[in-house]
Design a protein. Structure first.
Lengths: 368, 256
């Protein structure tokens, strides 16, 4: 016992010595290595020149932010620019946050080595974004190389978003309502048909041809027809959004259920599972990866048909806001709506991915 | 589990209809067997001799073409947790943790009284308490098969059916598991029926070895193994049994 402890400790000292050559960090009290320390031990040591280079690269985002700020302040405007300080906030705030993280990562504490590596990894990307903003501002507000007023500069988009925030907010809520109602009814219907088809030959006999014939038609095709036929415009648009989702989820859960390993059913039956228990406790969990993939596909299809529906008929929501802004030649509002759409759809996709990760944490490779 | 269980196969046969060709496969010819609690019956034979078919008939996963399988006089009608089965593949449900896999049978039958203690006892029995929250993908083959065993044993089945449960394991894990399974059986009044293609394993574990032949599947001989546990694989009697069985399976030393 004693022997073991000693050899462990001396081995640990060796590790510490090598770690000091790179970035420092102590192995934890139990003498175990953290993942970063292991990586540091195994990777080739960086030369001083490489480390200096890394340091310069982590500085780049702040430098590029400075360039963007100077460009904005020093080059004379070609057009009227209201409330110019707003764009400055947008530029400087992320750079300040970055600078704080950067300063923390330099503090050479044990836990910051990974943060530093992350910043080093992301720095070129952040720097490029700041440079892009500077170039964009130069090409619009400063010179008008990009035709005005069709492509507004960032500050005017911010102004539009702030000035019209109530209308934009309500439109966002309408869009979300339509998206969720359509998406979830589509998912629910898709699960029912998909699982029924996967499970029962008879149901598949009748449903399969319908899916085969109607499936390849993009759901947006139905929009004009539904607008005429549907009792209410809102109901019609929910139907349109649901349709694409239904299709994707049906196909995915059908294949998921059909590809189930039969031996799980046998095992479950010898353990006492019967009838609907086999469906809910064995078939559906096993088809879950496939079902979730269908749900992701269904989400992108829902987003597309949502926009089409709002642009063609529904008189609310971000899609409608965009057509409305275009009709009145308010291009900065149009861009503001596009930014909001980007944020909303990103948030929705991200939460779906989180959900997926949580549900499928048992899968190989997903398991920690 | 205290009561005596008597399992009878009364002139049972099983044929399968081939789907692709218009043919019938005679998986198991007319077979009659009787087994009771406390026995450990090994079934050996080449592949295609119907040994798995016998287990699946007893489990109730398939229905006999002719004849009847009865437990204490009651005909077998579909699978039941009182006849637990462990397959060659562990078939653990990959979306459930070790603990949830073990308690699956209790949860499905809504026998939740004292289920936590039962799961605890099973985890201790297979020595995997630390792995209770792991998913099957994280387990080694031997660990997974232990969990599969625990998953069946938790319902305290009077009959335990093992369908080549150690077939996919490496030699050392396999020998350890043989002793573990024997230990579990000796601590109970169960009837264990194990199918294997390993003659040594059959003799090492069984109180009786049933030797089967293929095309059509039928019982060639029933050999009671009269050796005390733990058995010595290299003792003269053991080797004697092995030679006798190998000869029946036509793998014996040819006389020149």
């Amino acid at each position: 016992m004693l022997n073991k402890g000693q050899s462990g400790r001396s081995g640990n000292r060796l590790v510490d010595m090598r770690l000091q050559g790179n970035r420092p960090g102590d192995a934890d009290a139990a003498g175990r290595l953290t993942r970063e320390q292991l990586q540091l031990l195994e990777q080739r040591k960086k030369t001083p020149a490489q480390r200096a280079m890394d340091f310069v690269i982590t500085l780049l985002p702040m430098l590029c932010c400075l360039i963007a700020v100077l460009e904005y302040l020093l080059v004379p405007d070609r057009y009227d620019n209201d409330a110019p300080e707003r764009y400055l906030v947008l530029l400087v705030l992320p750079a300040v946050i970055y600078a704080v993280f950067w300063a923390v990562s330099l503090s050479r504490l044990k836990s910051t080595s990974r943060l530093y590596q992350r910043l080093r990894y992301k720095a070129p990307l952040y720097a490029a974004v700041f440079l892009l903003l500077a170039v964009f501002d130069f090409a619009t507000l400063k010179t008008g190389y990009l035709t005005q007023p069709f492509i507004p500069w960032v500050n005017s988009i911010i102004n539009a978003a702030i000035g019209d925030w109530q209308y934009l907010g309500i439109s966002t809520l309408y869009t979300l309502r339509l998206l969720f109602l359509g998406y979830f009814s589509g998912v629910a219907a898709g699960l029912i048909t998909g699982i029924a088809c996967g499970y029962s030959q008879k149901v598949r006999y009748w449903v399969d041809p319908i899916i085969r014939i109607l499936g390849p038609i993009p759901t947006a095709t139905w929009v004009p027809l539904v607008m005429i036929l549907a009792a209410s415009l809102f109901g019609g648009s929910v139907f349109i959004v649901a349709l694409g989702t239904w299709f994707a989820v049906t196909i995915a859960s059908m294949t998921g259920i059909a590809n189930i390993d039969r031996s799980y059913f046998e095992a479950a039956r010898t353990l006492g599972a019967k009838g609907s228990q086999l469906v809910f406790r064995v078939a559906i969990p096993q088809a879950m990866p496939s079902i979730l993939q269908g749900m992701t596909q269904g989400m992108s299809s829902a987003c597309v048909s949502l926009m089409v529906a709002e642009m063609l008929g529904v008189e609310a929501g971000l899609g409608w806001y965009i057509t409305w802004a275009k009709a009145w030649a308010m291009y900065n509002r149009l861009f503001a709506a596009i930014v909001v759409i980007c944020l909303v759809f990103n948030a929705v996709t991200k939460s779906l991915n989180l959900f997926k990760k949580r549900v499928l944490r048992w899968q190989e490779g997903m398991v920690k | 589990m205290a009561e005596q269980t008597v399992l009878k196969l009364d002139r049972v046969s099983k044929s399968f209809a081939r789907i692709e060709r218009d043919e019938i496969t005679y998986a198991l010819g007319e077979t009659s067997l009787e087994m009771r609690s406390g026995e450990f019956v090994s079934i050996v034979g080449a592949s295609g001799c119907g040994k798995s078919t016998i287990l699946r008939l007893i489990a109730g996963l398939i229905v006999p073409t002719m004849g009847a399988v009865t437990v204490n006089g009651q005909p077998v009608d579909g699978p039941d947790p009182s006849r637990g089965m462990v397959f060659q593949k562990p078939t653990l449900f990959p979306w459930l943790t070790v603990e949830k896999n073990i308690s699956f049978s209790l949860r499905i039958q809504k026998k939740l009284d004292g289920s936590a203690e039962k799961v605890e006892r099973m985890l201790r029995l297979i020595g995997l308490e630390e792995f209770r929250d792991d998913y099957p993908a994280q387990l080694s083959g031997g660990m997974a098969q232990r969990v599969a065993l625990a998953r069946s044993l938790i319902s305290e089945p009077g009959i335990l059916l093992l369908d080549e449960p150690l077939g996919a394991l490496d030699a050392f894990t396999r020998m350890n598991m043989q002793d573990e399974i024997l230990g579990m059986w000796q601590g109970s009044q169960q009837l264990v029926i194990m199918v294997t293609h390993d003659v040594d394993e059959a003799i090492y574990m069984g109180t009786r070895v049933i030797v089967m032949e293929a095309r059509p599947g039928r019982v060639r001989a029933e050999i009671p193994v009269e050796l005390d546990y733990p058995r010595n694989r290299s003792s003269a009697q053991f080797v004697g049994y092995r030679n006798q069985i190998l000869e029946m399976l036509h793998y014996g030393a040819k006389e020149s």
